[in-house]
Design a protein around this ligand. Sequence first.
Ligand SMILES: Cc1ncc(COP(=O)(O)O)c(C=O)c1O
Length: 373
Amino acid sequence: MKPWLGPEEVAAAGEAISSGWVAQGPRVAAFEESVTRKVGAQAGVAVSSCTTGLHLVLHALGIGSGDEVITPSLSFIASANAPLYVGATPVFADVDPITMNLTVDTIGPAITDRTRAVILVHQLGMPADIDPIRELCDANGIVLIEDAACAIGSTYQGKPIGGRSPYVVFSFHPRKVITTGEGGMIMTNEGAEPTRLRALRQHAMTVSAFDRHESDPADFESYPEMGFNFRMTDIQAAIGSVQLSKLDQMVQRRRRLAAQYRELLDGVTGVILPNDPVYGETNYQSFCIELEASFGLNRNDLIRHLHQRGIASRRGVMASHLESAFAGSSSGTLPVTERLTARTILLPLYHQMTDSDMGRVTEAVAEAAVTRV
Ligand SMILES: Cc1ncc(COP(=O)(O)O)c(C=O)c1O
């Protein structure tokens, strides 16, 4: 992945710096409004990362010790860490072998009378099947939180991810489709209250620093509860607004590159290629292939094979339950997770990728497919 940043982002960041207001202020508010409009949500609360956004939502919901939160193990570790931050127990459920996401069939058996929330990840931008999961959650009095870290620009039932559940959290880390360096945003819907989230991200203060700057200097803020410093800066938001204006172009480009990959790798023995599910479209935040046993090399050897040819690839998605940090965590057997984490690999995909780059990668993969070691 290479972020697609240019002179417009440089100018926007420079303009924020020249203004003298570099912490959370009017540019953060404007960025929140633009993202809210773009994804069809009710409100947006910018935060310092998707991780802090997930933490903040769980905290605001009063989820804590004794509570369980169902989440995939097959995800970046943040999806499992967030419940731990509030003292709750992450319960790992397995994923669908094609979309790599939780389903009603994998979540159902993990529900207990202590389950308070499901963190539904749209893995690598691939939309999960939200509606049936929502029905299951509603029937059991469980809150559905979408971890849409990778999924800005993906769609579900013809609409952008971000406007469907009470809480949907995006990441703007440089590995994601649009970036603010670090950053995230909680989208709220269906009457979920953004006001308290906005206060909690800034130490729960009743009047923000920017608003105090503009009002009666003797009108002090108060702190009715414990809060956090999870703020985004105006410099980041200025960059984010420019990036957002390029989102459609970036997603179109990624989807075109993915189609090219599918064409060029079609028929290569032992490679399973990603595709859109019937109910939505992925933004191809990553192009993740699975290697079957019939492929010439195992996953790690393919990473080395590509590296020797000057091509950077990455392992597919990690599995949190296999990390020491989660040793002894409550999970049943996770056979699909364990297979996918061992056999998946992310191929290069970035806006500036040329036909010649694409040719080098696909030729190197095809060469490895027939290599026996
Ligand atoms: C599924 C998922 N959730 C959460 C995160 C964390 O995002 P951030 O780096 O913005 O905290 C990531 C980042 O890779 C992710 O892939």
